[in-house]
Design a protein around this ligand. Structure first.
Ligand SMILES: [Zn+2]
Length: 272
């Protein structure tokens, strides 16, 4: 049985199985997990130890053993072919899948098929998992700021609604990502958000940090919460990890905090 560790991440809970530590959200009553950097076999210091992505400096065999360990801990599954995986490209492209495998690049999956593990990879970007307990539908989304302002969260909700979901029934978990404390951006970021989502939206979520340096703090989680609510998801059906990837280098990989030399984490969900 997976055992519960004590670390303040309310409302998310940290679990550990055979060395693999991962978070669960309290409102997703299907198997799911948000990985940490703990429990894998990556040996390079900056990849230690649960790097779940190709192309970061690990041999493919190491990445696949790490993925196997993560899926084993969360889903009791040792077969990588059950997992839908793809490279993330900061788009709002999501795809329906009915089986595992490596898919062309994009930023999300959704399904009504039990036994298919949906995955997205992150290292500061916002992982979002959706579950409709009435219609038995799930989605996994990777919301970088570009995908966020392109509306990937809304698209995820709409995709489930096109399969019969009512947005008021959809449960959502927003995993650990970089938060405004560490997400310092410049005016071009503010302008890009304004151009996509309007002045009010930009002013709400990209706030002045240092007047002299003309820097801003970006709240990408806040953007996604607003977009989810706008799409009809109820506030009480959304759980959010309070942690920041860049603040907790011992637990998470952070692209920004590491200057880009880092491993990659995964969020994953499956209908049983
Ligand atoms: Zn931080």
């Amino acid at each position: 049985m997976n055992k519960l560790l004590t670390l303040s991440s309310e409302p998310f809970l940290l679990f550990e199985r055979e060395g693999v530590s991962y978070y669960r959200a309290p409102n997703l009553l299907v198997p799911h997990g948000f990985s940490t950097r703990l429990g894998g076999i990556s040996a390079k210091q900056y990849l230690k130890s649960l790097n779940l992505a190709y192309g970061r400096g690990d041999d493919a065999s190491v990445v696949e053993e790490n993925q196997r360990r993560f899926f084993h801990a969360v889903f009791d599954c040792d077969d990588l072919s059950c997992a839908a995986r793809r490279e993330q490209i900061h788009s709002a492209d999501i795809e329906y899948v009915s089986r595992g495998g490596i898919y062309p690049p994009g930023d999300g999956f959704y399904t009504d098929t039990p036994g298919v593990i949906l995955t997205v990879k992150i290292a500061d970007c916002v992982p979002i998992l959706l579950f409709d307990p009435k219609k038995k539908l799930i989605a996994a989304l990777h919301a970088g700021w570009r995908g966020t302002v392109s509306g990937i969260a809304r698209k995820g909700v709409e995709a489930l609604c096109a399969m019969g979901a009512d947005p008021a029934d959809i449960q959502v978990a927003v995993g650990t990502s970089i938060r405004p404390c560490c997400y310092e951006v410049r005016e071009d970021f503010y302008t890009a958000v304004k151009d996509s989502c309007g002045e009010t939206f930009a002013a709400r979520f990209v706030t002045l940090r240092d007047k002299e340096a003309n820097t801003f703090s970006a709240d990408v989680v806040g953007m996604n919460l607003a977009i989810l609510k706008e799409a009809g998801v109820k506030k009480e059906n959304i759980s959010v990890s309070p942690l920041c990837t860049a603040c907790h280098g011992d637990l998470f990989f952070s692209h920004r905090a590491s200057g880009g030399q880092r491993g990659t984490m995964m969020a994953a969900i499956m209908l049983n």
